[in-house]
Design a protein around this ligand. Structure first.
Ligand code: ZN
Length: 115
């Protein structure tokens, strides 16, 4: 069995966790859409080297409790969504659709935030 080491999202370079979740061109497109109104947070993506660091430097928010929870959950929901779509591409040959990933992430944080 031959194992493809290229990133399944972009097929350009070797897949690593930091590439897949943070720095892949598809991941950057995904994060960019999620963080449209949070440009400084988006720019922090270019300063971190691993997912743990990304979670650690995620800024906190103030405001109503729902907003605070949704914002806090966003990076975890985003990484889970990337992982799910990466697996869908590998195991079910599903195309990577950034907009769909963004909608799923928003749905997840709303669901988690409401529970
Ligand atoms: Zn990639």
């Amino acid at each position: 069995m031959e194992i493809d080491i290229l990133c399944p999202m972009c097929s350009c370079i070797q897949e690593t966790t930091s590439h897949l979740f943070l720095h892949c061109s598809k991941a950057l497109q995904f994060w960019s859409g999620l963080l449209l109104s949070q440009h400084n947070t988006y720019l922090q993506l270019f300063t971190v080297d691993c997912v743990n660091e990304w979670f650690f430097c995620w800024p906190s928010k103030t405001g109503n409790m729902f907003t605070v929870k949704v914002w806090k959950y966003l990076p975890y929901a985003a990484v889970l969504t990337i992982w799910k779509h990466r697996n869908g591409k590998i195991f079910k040959d599903r195309p990577v659709m950034i907009h769909k990933m963004q909608l799923e992430t928003k749905g997840l944080v709303w669901f988690w935030g409401g529970n």
